[in-house]
Ligand binder design. Structure first.
Ligand code: SF4
Length: 174
C-alpha cells in the first residue's frame, strides 16, 4: 500500500509486481555454500532428505557466483581468505543476499585471533545471521526462512536506491 500512495495510479501495478517477483524469488533461491569448517557439515545434514531443504525451493546449489542469489558463508574466514570471499560476492549478480551461518562467520566465534576475520560483515553486507556453534539444521532452515521473508518483501527498486548504493560504497564495492 505504501507504494500505491507514493506513485499514484501506476502504483497499484508496481505494488503487485513487487509482490509477484518477491514470491518467485523467495521460492527459487539458488544458494552458494561457502563452507570452510564444521558449520558446513551441519549444512550437509540440512541438505539431506530428513530436513528436506528442497521444500523451500532452495535445493539447487550453485558453485558459480554468477548463478546464485544467496551466499551462505559457514566457518572461519581467515584474513588471508577475506579478499576471496569479497570477490565471490562482487561476482554475484544483483539482487544478491548473504547469510552468515554460525558464530565464526557472524563474529569470528571462538577464534579471537590476529589471523581470523571477526565476522564477514567486516568485508561484505550481511542480511541474516544464524547463531550457534554449530547451528543445528533447524536453525539453518530458520535462517533461510528469514532470508525468504526479506527477499519476498524487498522493493524492486531497492537495488537502485541511494541507500543501497551507499551501503555498497561503505564496503568499497562499486
Ligand atoms: S561456529 Fe563452531 S561449528 Fe561453526 S565453524 Fe565455527 S567452530 Fe565450527
Amino acid at each position: 500500500m505504501e507504494n500505491t500512495e507514493k506513485t499514484g495510479d501506476g502504483g497499484y501495478l508496481t505494488g503487485k509486481l513487487d509482490h509477484l517477483v518477491g514470491l518467485a524469488r523467495k521460492n527459487s533461491i539458488w544458494p552458494l555454500p561457502l563452507a570452510t569448517k564444521c558449520c558446513g557439515i551441519e549444512f550437509m545434514a540440512t541438505m539431506g532428505a530428513h530436513y528436506d531443504f528442497a521444500r523451500f525451493g532452495s535445493e539447487k546449489l550453485s558453485f558459480s557466483p554468477r548463478q546464485c542469489d544467496v551466499l551462505m558463508v559457514m566457518g572461519t574466514i581467515s584474513k588471508k581468505m577475506a579478499p576471496v570471499v569479497k570477490e565471490i560476492y562482487v561476482q554475484m549478480s544483483e539482487p544478491r543476499w548473504v547469510i552468515a551461518v554460525g558464530a565464526c562467520a557472524s563474529s569470528g566465534g571462538i577464534f579471537d585471533s590476529y589471523s581470523v576475520l571477526q565476522g564477514i560483515d567486516k568485508i561484505i553486507p550481511v542480511d541474516v545471521y544464524i547463531p550457534g556453534c554449530p547451528p543445528r539444521p533447524e536453525q539453518i532452515i530458520d535462517g533461510l526462512m528469514k532470508a525468504q521473508e526479506l527477499i519476498g518483501n524487498e522493493h524492486l527498486r531497492r537495488r537502485h536506491s541511494k541507500e543501497y548504493q551507499e551501503l555498497l560504497k561503505k564496503y568499497g564495492i562499486e
